[in-house]
Write a protein that binds this ligand. Structure first.
Ligand code: FES
Length: 161
């Protein structure tokens, strides 16, 4: 028998759960796996004895859920009001340009992904991004480009070792 997956482990914590636990389960699955994969959605549906379409319906309604794996470097760009006023649109544009992907996507090499989020609760740092959970304050398009360049350099030199 194969080892239980991360999703199986999440579901173990919801042994007798009913459908009202769908959202917390999906949150935990995403926290464990990084996104809601198709097999994970099917497992959740089976576990709660509801149709998979219901799981997708709920998950797509809330934009907190992702359906694609995130990159090793996940960039969350805040587009809340304070960040918007301080120029987050230009930061997002630079990010999409420099990575060659749109918000919501992951680069083909799996290194970077971009997500646009509403206020992340650090308005005093606006415009702010989060890179793998770490805030970068008062970000500008140039700072963002440098951040990505530095990561690429580090990754390339690690790959060459
Ligand atoms: S609006 Fe960006 S942190 Fe609040």
């Amino acid at each position: 028998m194969s080892a239980p997956s991360k999703v199986d482990k999440v579901l173990e914590n919801y042994s007798f759960a009913k459908r009202d636990k769908l959202i917390p389960i999906l949150q935990d699955v995403q926290a464990a796996d990084g996104y809601i994969s198709k097999p994970a959605a099917l497992k959740v549906a089976k576990h709660l004895n509801i149709p998979a379409s219901k799981v997708y319906g709920v998950a797509t309604f809330y934009n907190q859920f992702r359906f694609k794996p995130v990159g090793r470097y996940h960039i969350m760009i805040c587009r809340g009001t304070a960040c918007h006023v301080k120029g987050s649109a230009a930061v997002l544009k630079m990010c999409e340009e420099v990575l060659g992907i749109k918000a919501g996507d992951t680069t083909r090499d799996g290194l970077f992904s971009i997500e646009v989020v509403a206020c992340i609760g650090a308005c005093g740092l606006a415009p702010v991004i989060s890179l793998n959970g770490e805030f970068h304050a008062k970000i500008t398009p140039d700072k963002l480009r440098k951040l990505v360049d530095d990561i690429r350099k580090t990754e390339n030199s690690n790959a060459a070792k």
